[in-house]
Structures are given as C-alpha cells and as structure tokens.
Design a protein around this ligand. Sequence first.
Ligand SMILES: C[S@@+](CC[C@H](N)C(=O)[O-])C[C@H]1O[C@@H](n2cnc3c(N)ncnc32)[C@H](O)[C@@H]1O
Length: 288
Amino acid sequence: MATKEQIKNTGATFTPTELSFFLANRLAFYVQASNQNILEVLDPACGEGELLVSMGNKLTENGFNFSLSGYDANAQYLKYAKERMLELGVGKSDFVHADFLQAIDITPSQGTLDFFQEEKSAVNGRYDIVIANPPYVRTQILGTEQAQALAKKFNLKGRVDLYYPFLITMTESLKIGGLLGVITSNRYLSTKSGASVRKFLSENYEILELIDLGDTKIFDAAVLPAIFIGRKNKQKIPSPAKFIKIYEELNGYKGDLTPASSIYDILDNKKMGYFTTGSKRYKKSAGA
Ligand SMILES: C[S@@+](CC[C@H](N)C(=O)[O-])C[C@H]1O[C@@H](n2cnc3c(N)ncnc32)[C@H](O)[C@@H]1O
C-alpha cells in the first residue's frame, strides 16, 4: 500500500487545514439557520477529505444534521479519506470512486449553462452544500484530445482548464438555493478565457464572497488561488461581482500596518488596508 507521503508526491495539492477550516466556516455562516432537514454535502474531488472533515466539524458544532459525500478519481486518496472519516466519527458519509465529470448528466443543451431543466441522475440537483478544491490542469497538460472532448461536452470555448467543467458539474449537482464554496486558480478573474467563467458564476449565483488570494502563498499550489462562495440562483440574474484581493505586494506603501494574528484574521476583518502578521505584510483591497 502506498504511504501518505507517496500519495502526496503524485501531484494533487490538498487544501491545508487552516484554509479548509476558513472555507467551511464561511459556508456554515450562510447556511439558513431555519434549515431543519439533513443537509447533503458534496466534495466532487475530495482527495483525502480535508474539506469534508472541516465542513462536518463545523456543521456538527452548529447543530445541523448532515451527510457527507466525496468523489475522487483516485482510489488511494479515497481509502485514506474513508479511514479519516471513521476515526473522526463525523456524521454519515459515503465515498465514490469515479470521475465526477461523468457522474452528472450533462446534455449539449445543459452545456450551454442552462441548468433549470428537468433533473436527470440522482446527483443532479441533490446537494445543499458543495465544497471543493477541484483539480486545476491547463489545456497543455490535459492534452488536445481530452481538452477537445471536455470543450465539446461542456460547450467551452478558448483554453480549457479542468476546473471549468467542474464548476459546471458542481452547479448542476446543487439544489436551487444551495451553496457553493470553491477554491480555484485566480486566473479566471482576469484572463480573457476566464470571461465565460465569470459570466457563468455571476448568472448562476448570488455571489456572497469572492477572494483573490493572489501572491499570499497560502498553500503550496502551482497556481495563485481564489475563493468563490455563492448561492445558486433560481433564475439567471447577473449578480455584481465585487471581490476582495489580498496580496503580499504592497506597491511601495511604507505607512502604518494593522496587526493581525493570521491571514485568515485579516480576511475576517471587514476593513480594507494594510496589515501585518508580524512576519508578513499584506495589502487587502476591494476590486470589481
Ligand atoms: C486539488 S486536489 C484537492 C483534493 C481535496 N478536495 C482537498 O481540498 O484537499 C484535486 C483532487 O481531484 C481529484 N480528481 C482529479 N480529476 C478528477 C475527476 N475527474 N473526478 C473526481 N476527482 C478527480 C484528484 O485525484 C485530487 O484528489
């Protein structure tokens, strides 16, 4: 059996515990307090289950009933996630070894990002919360054949990154009013090829939080990360996309710095401006 270290060396970048806790905490804040049902939670690319563990712990703390589902294309990661979940005794959980992009019914017309048609598989329209750090793999690495197949299936144009079809399938798996909390590359916030992703998110969600984590090296991913939190809309209503940017680059600023205990403390603070955690300095600003 492969060790945990060997598994990590195969390339998947798992979410660090603190970031996973931050995302779970923010999502739990938006869960309707009146929701008495069993909340169904999904991570469609759960790896070793870090995000599900944090979400489970937070929902338990807040007194919600819930069940956790994790998908992953890698059986070894899933095995470890299952063991962890058993050890922690966090709620009801089930794990599926599958390619999540195939688990959802997407017809070419759904590929046009129209999600309000008749529901299909048991996964479509099922979840109250989707929490994820899906794989980000650029077209060059995906290979032409796979990139073209994904572009065709999901009606994507331009350079396709694997997290684009994940955003579509995750949206399809959510109930209307369900919450999506996702960590992706921040590239779609500024690139030309990201325009369709920005449009898709703004039309399908009431955007609750959008945080560009820029150059903060908050985790060891090969890309600069961003967090998106949204509530799935009943109808496509474009929602204004204001976002928070947090960068280590201060652009020459030499003035006062507000002390903070961590980058998460800065994110939780409603104020914009310049902060320091002692060892590091950050600029937090609002963009559009
Ligand atoms: C960036 S890692 C994140 C793992 C976990 N969500 C976390 O935050 O720690 C991405 C995960 O996606 C999985 N994966 C890649 N392609 C997949 C697919 N098509 N369907 C399901 N899982 C996939 C990888 O095996 C890996 O565990």
